[in-house]
Design a protein around this ligand. Structure first.
Ligand code: GRF
Length: 255
């Protein structure tokens, strides 16, 4: 074979592969998973996909705002796990430094213009052709301007029970007990401190108001005698690992 023939056939083969990849990307439901921590919910998605529980779903991109996640020398730190989980499974994984503009303004709808970090995130999500953005322990508040670009396409896992439409200050459990709808960073500890017997986790659509979007699915979890925040959170996470898979399944079915 002449050199020209070789390059021409290699280039045809490359074109064929590229169009196959493109076709696959178009037909699959592509997740962009945003993490800030240990990434156990990311792992639940990875496992479900590898276990054929989410046919047609793939993780297109994992974004972490924690640099530590790359720090191999600190691999024993919980924060270090998130991106390593992605890399171990050969998923595209990116560390995206994040400015802290919104920290401390948890219940106030953030500003209407996007931050620089959000613009970068937007570019990445478009570049990787993400269909659904999953906030899996993502600890940064997203602005209304960012969210407007992805209507009904950003979901969040929250370790407390929220009402169906996400708003309101109480939730009624299956046994008819009314409990506060805990929001924000300390929802697990707040449930313990309130002395209630039932809490839970839910997955909800993200709206500019923090932890106040329509609920996709939820599960109740009993608070046990002597529970600590950590112990209770571990049990909540077991539930979340089921919920996040179910929520992605439901979102895909209405794509
Ligand atoms: C979860 O408990 C979720 O409810 C909350 O952040 C935690 C993330 O855990 N939003 P992980 O990083 O997925 O282990």
């Amino acid at each position: 074979m002449s050199t020209d023939d070789f390059f021409s056939s290699a280039s045809k083969e490359l074109d064929r592969k590229e169009s196959l990849i493109h076709e696959r990307q178009k037909s699959s439901f592509r997740l962009g998973v945003l993490i800030s921590g240990s990434g156990s919910n990311l792992q639940a998605l990875i496992d479900a996909i590898e276990d054929y529980q989410l046919p047609g779903v793939e993780i297109a991109l994992v974004v972490s705002n924690k640099a530590d996640a790359y720090g191999l020398q600190r691999a024993n730190k919980a924060d270090a796990y998130g991106l390593q989980r992605a890399l171990k499974h050969r998923l595209p994984a990116i560390y995206l430094p994040w400015n802290q503009r919104n920290v401390g303004a948890q219940f106030i709808a953030p500003k209407s213009e996007m931050s620089e970090s959000e613009s970068r995130l937007t570019t990445l999500l478009h570049l990787f052709q993400v269909d659904l953005i999953v906030l899996a322990g993502w600890m940064r508040i997203l602005s209304a301007a960012f969210l407007e670009q992805f209507p009904q396409r950003v979901i969040n896992i929250h370790p407390a029970l929220l009402p169906d439409d996400g708003t309101g200050s109480t939730f009624t459990t299956r046994n008819g007990t009314q409990i506060p709808a805990f929001r924000g960073l300390h929802a697990v500890q707040q449930a313990l401190d309130a002395g209630i017997k039932i809490t839970g986790s839910c997955v909800h659509f993200v709206t500019p108001e923090v932890d106040a979007g329509p609920v996709i699915c939820r599960e109740e979890v009993a608070i046990e005698e002597g529970d600590t925040g950590e112990r209770l959170h571990e049990r909540l996470k077991v539930v979340e690992h089921r919920l996040i898979v179910e929520a992605v399944r439901r979102c895909k079915s209405v794509k």
